[in-house]
Design a protein around this ligand. Structure first.
Ligand code: ADP
Ligand code: MG
Length: 291
């Protein structure tokens, strides 16, 4: 993930410290680093974890409950069967997916204080759908404590805006056009002091024999979620909530996702269909500017 921290006030030292903080969190949450605290927990090397890891797991489980399992941090046995960066990526065997699914279920994990208990010794946690949002929140917290009043933190699609632009106007955050160039926006939202997180099928995917395989998986089937959506953007106070909810809403689909968003205080959403139709939640009515 490319990390970009843009400060409109504050100094370079503060920015450097924030990047350092990112590296610290990576040692906790990384999926690829076999030495990360998460990797060690997945190998059951210890059942007591840092407060940070316990907090993210607990929040992830909470979103498992809230979304009826559409967001599930126990998808690790399934997600590890997929390699989207392989030279010649291929989908896993159906039998392997079916076996992996038997270890999935957020109800099988329990957090008490900083101790984590698994009902199933094989269950593997994957925090890829929530950790970046949490880290963005911690960076924002640090920057605010350092007196920064205007900044944008971007952790690869997880955006956190601190305050507003130096000229006093809201930040204009572009929502990426699901097709075409990375830099193209389908529209913009005025944002001040909010987090903006997008989950899209195009983030990590490959096409084989005419079928697109992407990285947001349905916990009920173990296969990429096909709900007619190209992306879901969540605007919320905290990035951790936005991260979990953007992934969850993608899995739930527009109807159930929108109903969930409307039921939550201070959470708004932009749904973009595969056909590029744009649907916004009630709190964003009239605020999304198409390009
Ligand atoms: P990105 O990482 O591209 O920002 P997301 O926040 O949507 O995208 O997270 C997708 C990642 O979350 C996947 O790469 C995988 O690690 C994990 N994941 C996939 N499906 C689910 C799911 N249904 N619930 C929770 N996590 C998931
Ligand atoms: Mg997410």
């Amino acid at each position: 993930t490319y990390v970009s921290i843009r400060l409109y006030d504050g100094d370079e030292e503060t920015a450097r410290e924030a990047l350092e903080l990112c590296r610290t969190y990576e040692t906790i949450f990384s999926r690829t680093d076999a030495d990360s605290e998460l990797a060690r927990l997945n190998r059951r090397e210890s059942d007591t974890v840092s407060q940070e890891l316990a907090d993210v797991i607990a929040l992830g489980l909470e979103y498992g409950r809230l979304t009826g399992g559409a967001f599930d941090i126990t998808m690790g046995t399934v997600t590890r069967l997929w390699d989207f960066h392989a030279q010649e990526p291929a989908p896993p065997e159906a039998a392997a997916v079916a076996e992996a699914l038997t270890h999935v279920g957020w109800e099988k994990v329990h957090v008490e204080g900083t101790s984590v208990r698994f009902d199933d010794p094989e269950t593997v946690l994957d925090l890829g759908g929530i950790a970046k949002g949490y880290i963005a929140d911690r960076l924002a917290e640090y920057l605010r404590a350092e007196g920064v009043t205007s900044a944008i933190i971007d952790l690869g699609g997880n955006l956190c805006c601190i305050g507003r632009r130096p000229d006093g106007r809201d930040f204009q955050v572009g929502i990426r056009r699901p097709e075409g160039e990375q830099s193209q926006s389908i529209g913009t939202l005025p944002i001040r002091d909010r987090s903006v997180v997008t989950s899209g099928w195009y983030e990590r995917c490959f096409t084989l024999d005419g079928t697109v395989y992407h990285h947001i998986l349905s916990p009920s089937t173990g296969w990429p979620a096909e709900t007619g959506l190209a992306s879901v953007t969540i605007v919320s106070g905290l990035g951790a909530d936005g991260d979990a909810l953007s992934t969850a809403c993608f899995v739930l689909g527009q109807e159930a996702g929108l109903a969930l968003v409307e039921s939550l205080e201070g959470v708004e959403a932009v749904f973009i269909g595969r056909d590029l139709t744009v649907t916004v939640s009630s709190g964003l009515a009239g605020r999304f500017s198409p390009l």
